[in-house]
Design a protein around this ligand. Sequence first.
Ligand SMILES: [Zn+2]
Length: 674
Amino acid sequence: MTENPFFKPSTLVFELPPFAEIRAEHYLPAYERGMAEQLAEIAAITADPQPPTFANTLVALERSGEVLRRVEAVFRNQVSVDTSDVVDEVDAKVSPLLAAHHDAIHLDRALFARIEDLYGRRAELGLDPESLRLLERRHTAFVRSGARLGAAEQERLRELNAELAALATTFQQNVNAATKAAALVLDSADELDGLSADAVAAAAENARVLGHDGKYVLSLRSTSGQPELALLTDRSVRERLLAASLGRAADVNGPIAIRMAGLRAERAGLLGHSTHAAYVVADETAGSVEAVAGLLSRLVEPAVAIARREAAELAQAAAADGIEELAAHDWAYYSEKVRQDSYHVDAAALRPYFELERVLHDGVFFAAGLAYGLSFTERPDLTAYHPDARVFEVAEEDGTRLGLFVGDFHARASKRGGAWMDELVSQSALTGRRAVVMNNLNVPKPAPGEPVLLTWDEVRVLFHEFGHALHGLFSDVRYPLFAGTAVPRDFVEFPSQVNEMWMVRPEVLANYARHHVTGEPLPAELVERMAAAEGFGQGFRTVEYLAATLLDWAWHTLPRGREVADAEEFEARALEEAGIAVPAIPPRYRSAYFQHVFSGGYSAGYYAYIWSEVLDADTVRWFGENGRSVRESGEVFRRELLSRGFSRDPLESFRAVVGRAPETGPLLARRGLA
Ligand SMILES: [Zn+2]
């Protein structure tokens, strides 16, 4: 057997992992060696007879765990983008081991004693601002992880962390399996009436791949809403599709959600906080549960009022079809109808103008050129983890190479739903590394030879995820702990949301939105109608998002020891009590498939999107009104914010760009809530 490729640094450009050499059987041994090596490195730090110094303790800690870092970056990615039974098995084995490993470091009394000692003398150490911040952040992380607890409490903490890690993995695997199993199988093409010929062909092909030859299969997206609901004319098919989506994993994951919420509340109590939400938010830019609850409660009432007005309008349209009561499975369908009637915008008519390659090169990359002077060269010679994943080299205006961007845009059975950014390599001056970042989308693959035509929403997602990619690529920090997107959850969506503005900037839109056959630009009147229609459906979008947010919030503001008997009942009551229960609008995610909060890192953190949007809307206004050119504005935004990562207080970075603290006015105006 050849040597495990994780045991030594990659020799590829920017240390791109050597994917061609990596096999599933390399993961477990690499994890085992990676964890053992890091513990040995830490033992060497604590055994050092010299008194603790910043270099022999903090810097040594930053440098530790190289093998683990390498395998973790590749494996985390593999789990998301191309999983298999073998990979799932490794994941289930490794999750509790990793939780125990992190506890072994954070609960190491000798290590914490050195950090505590340095922290106590931090003013006398003569540290530069980023180094001082490293010491403070590490100290905070150790305290928040239980470093100051007594032995019995630490023992309980280890048990809680191990069980939570295992449950999170099971939850995720249940969602994957249930989402596949809940795909809607239909016998005849008639039932798909309303879908395009391409979509019907794709459903037939999907059926063939899944072993339902001669039938049609609609696979589910990760959210409650499914895109086909806007188009299917057969009401009973819509009803079955939405029911399949909403009922996913309820039986297996409801009890897990209850158990996890209970364990998290207990852990928060051990760590000195009243609830899990209080524990989480204390280390976010929001700072307190009151701040979060305050913003959310300001939004609920106006959002629900708008949604009720929308519902009345849609109910009228539905009544014309003999529907007496507008149901959740009717909303998207009549919304699309009313949108077409009122704004004459046909979502399907736009798609020919949004061909993936064009949107990517002449839209997303083009905007990055305008604002930041970047250029992109595809490197087909570099192999990523899957044939669909493409590698691009990113260069500065003066030709200096900045890093690598990996784009993986298509859906496949082995990939989880949604869209996200991730890093394979993080920038750090200490390690001399530049960033290797990835964007993942789930655009359905067309038949061979057919162009990839995006929806308006998919174009937005492409710009959004690329905003995260830029945050990673522009990172210019010394310590890996602060690299790029390693900022608080309620800040990290801000740069990505800001990047969405380029999608509709006239000079960018004109450059990419061209008909894929004729090359004609998107007609100006269509653009105007799109812009006018943007506000339509804002009530629905805000309510479905807030409902999911308040659900997350309800689970994680449960006091310690409060018993929940039934997840669905809890969910219904939580939405009712938060004043966000609109009968025809289900939350964007229901508890049983709310991966962000039960298997991702967003527990008590789903509020982050709207919290970040306050900064986003404020910054977009700044871009338009600051009197500088686009290029100059881009440079300020990059220098003062994107490049800083977490190496300084993120709100200080915001103030350095905009010149003052954030204001909520622009967000409320944008969402029609003012
Ligand atoms: Zn995002």
